[in-house]
Every structure is written in C-alpha cells, then in structure tokens.
Design a protein. Sequence first.
Lengths: 254, 233
Amino acid sequence: MTEFQASEPAGSEICRVLDELLRSPKSVAERTRAAGDLRPLFLAALGALLLGAGIFGATLATSRGGAQLLYSGVKLPFALLATLLLVVPAFHAISAGLGRPLGFSSMVALMLAAAGRGALVLIALSPVIWLCFDRGLGYHPGVLLASVCYALSGLAALEVVLRGIGFDLRGLVIVSVFGLVVFATGGQTAWMMRPFLGRPSAQHVPFLRHRESSFVDALAQSARSSLGIYPMERALKRASDRTPRSAGDSDESR
Amino acid sequence: MNLGDLAVLYGLAGSLSGALVFRATRGSRLSALGSAALAVPLWPLWLPVILSSRAAEITAPRTPTTEAEAALLEGHEAVRNTPLEPLLPRAAVDRLLRELRRATERYAELTHLLAKKGFDRGAAEERVQRLEQRGASARTLASARLHLENVDRLRSLCARDKRALDELSELIAALRTQLVFARYSGSSPGEASDIVTEVWARVEMLGTSSDASPFGFELPTIDPTTCHPPSTS
C-alpha cells in the first residue's frame, strides 16, 4: 500500500477556493487548467457570483427602494449567469480556433471563476454606491457610477481569464475577440432584464420593461444623441417642414 | 421559434441532465439531489464539470484512504452470507469507515494548517534566534519560544496521525486478504479475528487522539478582561 497522503475535506476546500479567488488569480487559473476535480471551484465561484451580483443589484436599487430591491437583487445574478451560459461555448471555440485549446470543463471553470471574482469586487464596491445614492446621487450619474463599478469588477475578472489563457500577445487577441462577444451578449441580456436602478419618478416598479428595440439600437441612439442628433427632434422637424409644402401643393392642385 | 419555445427546450434538456447527474453521482442521496438540482438550470455549465470530475476520479490514482475503504468493503463482501460474517458485519464496516474518514479529515486539516506561513517551524526558530540576538525582553522571548514549541507539538501530532493511518491502512489490507483466504480455504477464522480486534483497537486509539486535547493536557481558559490565564495561587 502507498504512503498515506492528506486529501482536503470538501467544505474547507470550497473556503480555500474563495480565498484564492480574492488573493491569487494565478492559482485559480492553474487550478482550472489542471485536470482535477473542478466541483469545489465551480461551487465557490457560483456562490460568489450569486451573492456578489445579488448584493450589488439590491444596492443599485436603493435609489428607488421598495420591490426594486428584490427585483434587482434577483435579476443581476440571473443576467450574469445567462450571459455565461451563452458565451462559454463561444470562448471555447475562439480559444481553440486561435491556437489555445482548453478543455470545455476547464473553460467553464475559468469563466465562472472570473465572474465570481468580479462579483466579489462588486460586493466591495457596494458600500460606495449605497453611500452615493444616500447622499442624493441622481439617476443618470448613478448609471455612470454603476458602469464604472462594472468596469472595475471586469478588470478583476480579466486577470483570471488572461492568466488562464496565457498572458501574451495571443492571449490578448483571444480575450479581445471574446470581449466583443461578451459585450454584445451581456449587453443584450442586461438590456432585456432592465430596469436595475428604476427611475425615481416612475409610479410603479415593473419586473421587466416592455420589449423595445435592442442593445445595439440603444447604443446607436446614444451615440447619435451625444453628437447632438436627436431622432425625435429630427422627425418633428421633418414633419413640420412637410406640412406647409403639402398644404401649398393642395392649394396648387385646387 | 420564440423565447418561450427556447425556454421549454432548455428546461427539457435540464431535466434530462438532472436525471443523468442524479444517477451518476456517488455518495449520499442528499448530495446527489443537490447536484441534480444544480444541473436543471445550469446544465450547460455544471454537466461538463461534473462529468470531467468523475472522469478524473476514475483515472486518478487511488489514495490510501480510498484503498483502505475499498479493502474494508471487499473484506466484508468476502464474508457476506457466510459463517464468517459476524467477524466483519456491515454495521461494523460502516462505523470503521466513519472513523477512518474522520481521522483522515483531521489529518488533512492538520497538514493544511502546517503548510501555512504562520506555522512554519523554520521561521519560528529563526524568530527565536533573532530575538535572542537582539536581546528582546524575557516575556517576548518566552512567547516566541512557546510558539515554536506549539508548532513542534502540532508537527508531532500530525506525524503521529500519519503513522497511525498508515498502519491502519496496512492492517485493513491484511484483514481483507485474511478474510478472503479464510473463506476460500475454509480455515479457522482465528487469525482474522485477531486482526479484527487489532483494527478495532487502532480505530479506538485514533478516535481517542481525535477527541483528546491536542496538547495532552487541558488548555487554561483565558480571562477576557486581563488576557491572562487565571493565576494558580
């Protein structure tokens, strides 16, 4: 019989992974690449994601309060998980296509670990959001502040992904291409799950808004607005331009 | 196909995955149920992980604990439904397995603890030497020495547990072959009976060392107001 070696109990293994998620993205990335038991990592990262995104979602909704707290606390983790479900196969394909193949289960673990780390950063940023809303931060600056928080948590997640794929030029290309997929998919998923903040002026809080346009349409519209081109104004101007001419036409026809 | 149709298909695949995971999960019914419940909504993520983990379990070299567990179960299988069964009944096997796992967990915790920076013997020794050279106060030096002694005690505890588990694993392996031999040769179960007695004695010893104070004596309670143990005068 071989020499006795220690194997860690499951509970403490999960706690150790949580600790690693925060302190050592390198060892988390190595863990995902090693062909071992990925269940503790999966469970720890999933727990971090649900808790982190839930707390951050509920904190975002403090600007509106009431039922929105519960809605956002449920919807944000759901949006993140739905995005992960959709993008992991794409990441697997991109990574393999660009010469860095990784097992599918390793890819799942890597993505979930990255999302879990990002969610833990969101927990850390929640008090800032809470304080700002408590001090009277408005809706639009609030949206901007939330975007900054997402960007910071995204950076924390990016470190895990890059260490898993490889911190070199090829790794950067893979992550950049994948970033486009995540941006489009995550953006559309979050767009469909709106509202997360809830407008203070709204009389009642809907769980989901009625379906209208898409994330890309909204982006295009925002880009035009930032250039001073407002579609509604333009349409009204066109309408007002047409009205006298058509009246004149009818006069002439008479 | 709209979102509703997709959701139905997704749910159907999730239910099938849940059933598959429930059947494939070894261990307690509760953990199998939990695993299956996780597979229903998250099957695209959970299914690859659980299947690859199972494959890793199958291909991984068996640890001595799992070998000892397997040996115990094989020993019981060898005597099941024979006159030798009272030597190693199922209830006894279950209790032995429980004790073995408990001792293994304790050893794993100790090993994990001793791998941490704060429990490094070399660093503790170096610190005592540094304090001695620096001419630190007697109390500081005494605390540093106590830390070093405690690390030594923990290390010896860990080594003792390892030795006990190694010996028990060997003994269980011998018990298995003895029971198999007794079954096929029809010989007297005397020797196997001796081994069973020895196994129980060692398991009791493991249990005692797990329950006892790790220092061999009761630690004094600390007074929270003064942060000192109560005076013995």
